[in-house]
Design a binder for this molecule. Sequence first.
Ligand SMILES: NC(=O)C1=CN([C@@H]2O[C@H](COP(=O)(O)OP(=O)(O)OC[C@H]3O[C@@H](n4cnc5c(N)ncnc54)[C@H](OP(=O)(O)O)[C@@H]3O)[C@@H](O)[C@H]2O)C=CC1
Ligand SMILES: O=CC(=O)O
Length: 322
Amino acid sequence: MTKPYIFITRSLPEEIVTPFQEKFNVKMWDSEEQPVDREVLLEEAGKADALITVLSDQVDEELLSRGRQLKVVANLAVGFDNIDIKTAEKNGITITNTPDVLTETTADLTFSLLMATARRLIEANEYVRKGDWENWAPLLMAGHDIHHKTIGIVGMGRIGEAVAHRARGFHMNVLYHNRSRKKEAEEKLGAVYKSFDELVTQADFVVCLAPLTPETKGMFHKEVFKKMKSSAIFVNTSRGDNANEDDLYQALVEGDIAGAGLDVFENEPISKDHPLLSLQQVVALPHIGSASVETRKAMMNLCLENVQLVLDEQEPKTKVTS
Ligand SMILES: NC(=O)C1=CN([C@@H]2O[C@H](COP(=O)(O)OP(=O)(O)OC[C@H]3O[C@@H](n4cnc5c(N)ncnc54)[C@H](OP(=O)(O)O)[C@@H]3O)[C@@H](O)[C@H]2O)C=CC1
Ligand SMILES: O=CC(=O)O
């Protein structure tokens, strides 16, 4: 009997893949960094039983309609805005993601980014390395306090709650906004529910952790930045499209807000000539929210386990539904 065929759109460590090779025929794209060619991906989608994809692969109608063989697409991310879930469901293809295993790691990164932006860590590091540090000065690299300030979390889900937990350790007041109230988070974390407008007006740090959906796309725009405190710092570790980057740039230049910590961008990788990267008050990272070795390996294992379960005609651990 021929083994089921799994195609993985990036090269993953052998140690992760080898245990699955006895039961499955596993092929990987030969680069860890370079995305798979679209034509190759479409061809593979037509003959594979399972795909393991990354967040930059467009799993759209064209791909999901390539043939009857494809049973499961396991996305190496918790976000699944790159996948047309409705078409997958219509075509009987199971979609899985990687929630929970990356929550704490992404919360660590989100809070680090908040701190690095507020306390100007990247700018200060460059200042020392360039040899510009000649004297101690009373306001040299003075930034913004974090402790006892107010954090406003838009998207108080798994990662949002983990960020709130860290914020409590810094004696911060925690505000949050979701479409629905989370009484449990309010009790456990002392978080206070606010409307979106109230949150952006009152918070010193506005952190976006809502998924990218038609509703959240562009939710941080010109008028929203104008409502924020001029000392506010915007942190985005969700998806770049949740903020309008032109408006964010203007808000920073015009002093509507004081800084931005960004792990995600409208177009990734962001061009080095992008206006946002010309601003000292912006800290930019290459979408590394979940990037610890332990967590990335846990995500890879979860993808392979989900694929195995679906191909064995069992329920996957973390199925995505519309
Ligand atoms: N930078 C990185 O590397 C990473 C980025 N991410 C991003 O973080 C996101 C969140 O992950 P996770 O916490 O696990 O997801 P969850 O689904 O647990 O949380 C998302 C939260 O967003 C809220 N939400 C959804 N729609 C809206 C809306 N229109 N307005 C306000 N709140 C909304 C939801 O509450 P409700 O339904 O009540 O509105 C929910 O509480 C991912 O979707 C992904 O985009 C995740 C991991 C790593
Ligand atoms: O952006 C990363 C994810 O897991 O979603």
